[in-house]
Design a protein around this ligand. Structure first.
Ligand code: CA
Ligand code: CA
Length: 459
């Protein structure tokens, strides 16, 4: 029997079928060949395991595991990544291996682009923008419009054309182990895409050069930015696994304040919105970030069935996640609410707009003086059920603690569904502070898809 490459699943299947036919023709058992057909795939060709969260529902999530050889791309620049993502035919599986850290703010020759390059020719300058929309001049009742807002929008579109990369259906994007694989300053957009796998990548400092002032956002106005590390809009069957998301090296404490508000250059890490559905987010690390994860972008969003398990949240301010509408399962996640790099804890889980959240066997580390009542928040219509959640090792009823402190916006302790897709659920959170720091995030998997041995990694 010929040696079968792990890189060629299609060839392997053909070989197995041919061998099986020969075996059957000779009156021999086909069992040995069937066993080889089920040999574990490597990291590149892994698919979502059965029952592993909502993305396992129905057809499951296979991404680009079945890509032909001509559809396997190894990329290390923004231009190569963009080319691999757009190579036709659009509907055929593609497998993209990312080697090293790709800087999204680069031109097609690899030259680094700064904010000034995007602003050039648009007429935008921050000084002019601040002058035009100073509340003392513009007021606070309407959103900016006019020449400086048009110029800001034009500059933002120029940056978006560089840093937003659209991911089509039936795609796997996977970091090559040992190369610090990732995307800095970039945003993967999964718009109406189905069947996508994203693994072993670090998404760092996804930053908007051109935040927009909105004086009508909240009571004091806000600066809002446009890009998430990964954005799901109408996306289905998505598995995001073993990635790291961080604002590093540009922490929010470096942001200036204008009009009394933080000039926020970051948006979300991984936002799941606009009727996205059937998503599994596992073994990721979310570090040093404010608006971490939206599940639903408005109270009228739909679908949003999402599973989050074995993720680490550290130095996240809020939205870990913010849930709306959907049936969301959160289990075996680790939350460290200690202030890190200037990111001061706000809350972990927001259940609003009738969200049906099951949160069980998660672990919170809360520094002295922190209160269990601050781990949740809501608008008074959301639900959150589930047991086995530990706060500093003690079983804690998070909803009871929150409701006692917020009697006018209570979270309902019951939900309208029962999770069925929860492979690997551990019915105790006690070990998570010891295990997840070395098993979650980018850089811990080897080429075989198993945990790399002797992994030492910075937290
Ligand atoms: Ca936003
Ligand atoms: Ca967003």
């Amino acid at each position: 029997m010929p040696t079968v490459s792990h890189r060629r699943p299609r060839m392997r299947r053909f070989t197995v079928l041919a061998a099986t036919s020969v075996a059957l023709a000779c009156g021999l058992s086909a069992v040995p060949f069937v066993v080889s057909a089920h040999a574990a795939p490597d990291l590149d060709h892994s698919v979502l395991p059965a029952r592993d969260g909502w993305a396992a529902q129905g057809t499951g999530t296979t991404g680009g595991a079945k890509a032909r050889d001509s559809r396997v791309f190894t990329v290390s620049t923004r231009a190569q990544l963009a080319e691999a993502l757009s190579a036709g035919p659009a509907t055929e599986p593609r497998l993209i291996r990312v080697k090293g850290t790709i800087d999204a703010n680069t031109d097609d020759d690899g030259r680094r682009l700064g904010c000034e390059d995007y602003a050039a020719g648009t007429g935008y300058s921050l000084a002019s923008y601040l002058k035009a929309y100073d509340p003392a001049v513009w007021g606070r009742s309407k959103v900016p419009s006019g020449s400086q807002e048009s110029a800001r929008s034009a500059a933002q579109r120029k940056q978006a054309a560089r840093v937003v990369l659209n991911v089509p259906s039936h795609t796997t994007i996977v970091g090559v182990p040992g190369t610090n694989a990732g995307l800095t300053g970039g945003s993967l957009q999964l718009k109406n895409a189905d069947n996508v796998i994203i693994r072993n990548l670090t998404f760092s400092d996804t930053r908007d050069c051109f935040p927009q002032w909105d004086p009508t956002d909240g009571s004091t106005g806000n600066w809002n930015s446009a890009y998430d590390g990964i954005s799901l809009r109408g996306a289905t069957h998505v598995w995001a696994d073993h990635n790291t998301f961080t604002d590093s090296p540009h922490f929010d404490q470096a942001n200036p304040r204008y009009f009394g508000r933080e000039y926020q250059v970051h948006d979300g890490t991984l936002d799941i919105t606009n009727a996205s559905d059937l998503v599994t987010v596992s073994y990721n690390r979310f570090s040093d970030h404010d608006k971490t994860m939206l599940i639903g972008s408005s109270d009228k969003d739909t679908k949003l069935r999402v599973t989050l398990h074995h993720n680490v949240f550290q130095g996240t301010v809020q939205r870990a996640p913010l849930t709306r509408v959907g049936q969301v399962h959160l289990y075996n996640n680790l939350y460290d609410t200690t202030e890190r790099n200037g990111y001061s804890f706000g809350y972990s889980i927001n259940s609003r707009a009738k969200a049906q959240v099951v949160a069980e066997y998660n672990y919170w580390t809360v520094p002295s003086g922190g209160a269990a009542s601050r781990l949740l928040t809501g608008d008074g219509t959301g639900s959150l059920a589930g047991t086995g959640n530990l706060v500093n090792g003690t079983v804690t009823d998070l909803v009871a603690a929150y409701n006692a402190a917020n009697p006018k916006k209570k979270i309902q302790p019951t939900v309208n569904w029962k999770p069925a897709l929860s492979a690997g659920l551990e019915k105790s959170a006690a070990a998570l502070p010891r295990t997840l720091p070395r098993t979650a995030g980018a850089g811990v998997l080897s080429a075989s898809g198993a945990l790399a041995k002797n992994t030492t990694r910075a937290s």
